[in-house]
Design a protein around this ligand. Structure first.
Ligand SMILES: [Zn+2]
Length: 532
């Protein structure tokens, strides 16, 4: 039995738009006109009227951290309830009714006593005893430098008035007893007592993240999750997949720091492409430098707004050469986080050495972020035929700081359109939880090159068309994982992953794309999200 969708505005991956498509057994079977679609209908087929809405292939977030996103989602959002201490405790108590959210603990983050309208003091053990007396509770301040815990937690931690504070930290006391507040390094006492993450926790985080991604129209992601033990992560994904609970297709960007652990991983059956279209092992992932905001991205020269630093390179050239070389020799793809141009030199050196030792035409080795670039590096990226994992949503914040940070290097940076025009594939993503997993925000920034709330465009010549922006979030993402024949377009034979939007991004002003509501999301023809 087919499902035939008519009366829509369908972007198949090509223009012009069509009005109808059909799905059967998890695959697209047709895309074309309403008349053709109706002529296809067999007895028993279902015909669905799209009411003029827009449909395209499901979004593919080509670099993010799904598990970290799930963890962030599971913590109580104290930042949203910090109007008064009373409000905070009330919200947190309701939240705690579902039981522990983090390895036996109830954890929230985001309070700020400066914003409390009733009592401008930090919460203490007695406040948090009202949240739970049964389970340990921790409430982290918005800045992350102070945490308060309840009496149950103090008991579990074995912290008394006699407990010495570690260097760089402080344990709060009131009336000769611990008041439940831990400052800076003393918070390590809390985190050391939270048990190692277990498989059920990992599965709960994945479920929560999948729900959030589906609500943003995301049906595929390429996720770096091995900050948690890879065996546990793989088992959790596979069990959810077998139970039919994995509602985002995951390509795992396997993060390893050294040759030995990478070889052990591959030897355990995790070679290139291992898995299936729901959970697959993807490229080697490495993080080679820091961030622009924190001035830790590694530049070829000092920062313009802080000449005392060039940023941080996280690996030596030897280590990059060895690990990238090892992955490449095993036929594996690589995807390396690289924000500064100094870092990019080192990463491209390593890739070029690997390619000259073992030439391979269609390697699709990639640079994740690829932000600060010199003109000579744009040439080199093209010559080496690199894949670019961009995050166009970073324009929202970075466009305000990039010139201050890097001076005239800004004139050849974030040059993803130039790279695309020179023949490279540029896929898109959010680096979630760095940004919300919201594809439409990234699509808007790709088209406007300006902050989401408006403002001056940064290098407007690098703006994508709406079609290029949609492609970066669909077909280009599929190409990043060697799946361009499997998904990313609405074409017969491809996986029926699609998103329905209330309005067409081709019809609204570019500055309103991020406000288009996602109406529904389908994975393999099955509805996984519907707007209330
Ligand atoms: Zn990342």
């Amino acid at each position: 039995m087919q499902k035939i969708y008519v009366n829509g505005q369908i972007y198949t991956g090509k223009l012009p738009l069509v009005s109808a498509f059909a799905v059967e057994d998890g695959l697209f079977t047709f895309a074309g006109s309403d008349a053709e679609a109706r002529a296809l209908a067999q007895p028993g087929d279902e015909i669905i009227d799209l009411g003029g809405r827009f449909v395209c292939a499901g979004f593919n977030d080509s670099h993010m951290h799904l598990l970290s996103c799930g963890l962030a989602l599971r913590r109580a959002k104290l930042n949203e309830h910090t109007g008064s201490l009373r409000e905070l405790v009330g919200y947190f108590r309701d939240f705690a009714k579902d039981g522990p959210n983090e390895r036996g603990w109830i954890v929230g983050r985001g309070w700020n006593q400066d914003l409390f309208a009733d009592e401008r003091r930090m919460p203490d053990r007695r406040d948090l005893d009202q949240v739970s007396q049964e389970y340990p509770v921790a409430a982290v301040r918005c800045c992350g430098h102070v945490a308060a815990v309840n009496s149950k937690a103090l008991e579990l931690l074995g912290v008394t008035a006699a407990t010495p504070a570690p260097e760089g930290g402080e344990i709060g006391l009131a009336g000769g007893e611990p008041d439940g507040r831990f400052y800076d390094a003393a918070m390590d006492l809390i985190w050391a007592a939270v048990p190692e993450v277990g498989k059920e926790d990992v599965k709960a985080m994945i479920r929560a993240a999948c729900r959030r991604f589906n609500a943003c129209g995301v049906t595929s992601c390429q996720s770096d999750d091995y900050a948690t033990d890879w065996r546990l992560v793989n088992e959790a994904y596979r069990e959810l997949k077998d139970a039919g609970e994995l509602t985002v297709r995951v390509n795992q960007q396997a993060n390893f720091h050294d040759v030995e652990s990478l070889e052990a991983f591959i030897a355990a059956g995790n070679g290139p492409g291992a898995g299936d279209n729901l959970f697959r092992i993807g490229p080697l992932k490495m993080v080679a430098d820091g961030s622009l905001g924190g001035r830790t991205a590694y530049l070829s020269r000092p920062y313009s707004d802080d000449p005392s630093t060039r940023g941080l390179m996280l690996y030596s050239q030897e280590t990059l050469d060895a690990v990238i070389g090892c992955a490449h020799a095993h036929g594996m793809q690589v995807a390396i986080h690289c924000i500064g141009d100094g870092c990019l030199d080192a990463v491209l050196d390593a890739v070029e050495k690997a390619l000259s030792a073992h030439p391979r035409a269609d390697h699709r080795h990639g640079v994740v972020h690829c932000q600060i670039t010199r003109p000579d590096q744009l040439e080199r990226l093209v010559r080496l035929n690199m894949h670019i994992y961009a995050q166009t949503v970073f324009i929202d914040y970075d466009s305000r700081i990039v010139r201050a940070r890097v001076g005239d290097l800004a004139e050849s940076s974030y040059s993803w359109k130039t790279l695309m025009e020179r023949g490279l594939t540029v896929s898109n993503g959010t680096d979630c939880p760095v940004e919300l997993p919201d594809a439409l925000r990234g699509i808007q920034c790709a088209v406007t090159r300006a902050p989401l709330a408006g403002g001056e465009a940064y290098l407007p010549k690098e703006a994508f068309t709406v079609q290029e922006a949609l492609d970066s979030y669909t077909s280009a993402g599929a190409r990043a994982s060697f799946e361009e024949r499997v998904k990313g377009r609405i074409e017969p034979g491809m996986l029926a992953d699609f998103v329905m939007l209330e309005r067409s991004p081709f019809d609204v002003p570019a500055s309103e794309i991020s406000h288009i509501p996602v109406r529904g999301t389908w994975l393999g023809g099955k509805n996984v999200y519907m707007r209330e």
